[in-house]
Design a binder for this molecule. Structure first.
Ligand code: FES
Length: 109
């Protein structure tokens, strides 16, 4: 897992998110759809694998199921997997707080 420390400014911006609200975050040339759930922040690649819509313009429910704004395909932001029976897998990102700093992590693959 590769961990990247987010700036204080980014941390403060993400902390402004309401539950299930989504935002676009750019880190290290990656564009990530981030949301806030009751147990923390979660992220996935922001480009829908179906036809390229930006997932952060979609909808997120309480369980972290993201609906794509274009055709409504659903993805679980906790796992990156399809939540409606498709075979799509979206790269996921994890967050952690350490030393009062917010970190984003991803697997190198
Ligand atoms: S572009 Fe996302 S479901 Fe079609």
């Amino acid at each position: 897992m590769h961990w990247h420390e987010l700036s204080t400014e980014t941390k403060e911006q993400l902390e402004q998110l309401k539950l299930q609200q989504m935002a676009k975050l750019s880190v290290d040339e990656k564009v990530i759809c981030v949301t806030r759930l009751e147990d923390g922040f979660f992220g996935m690649h922001n480009t829908c694998p179906h036809a390229g819509a930006q997932l952060h313009h979609g909808h997120c429910n309480k369980k972290g199921i993201i609906s794509c704004p274009l055709h409504g395909y659903k993805f679980d932001i906790r796992t990156g997997k399809s939540a409606d029976g498709n075979n799509y897998v979206v790269r996921k990102y994890q967050f952690k707080i350490e030393d009062n700093k917010l970190w984003i992590g991803w697997k190198n693959y």
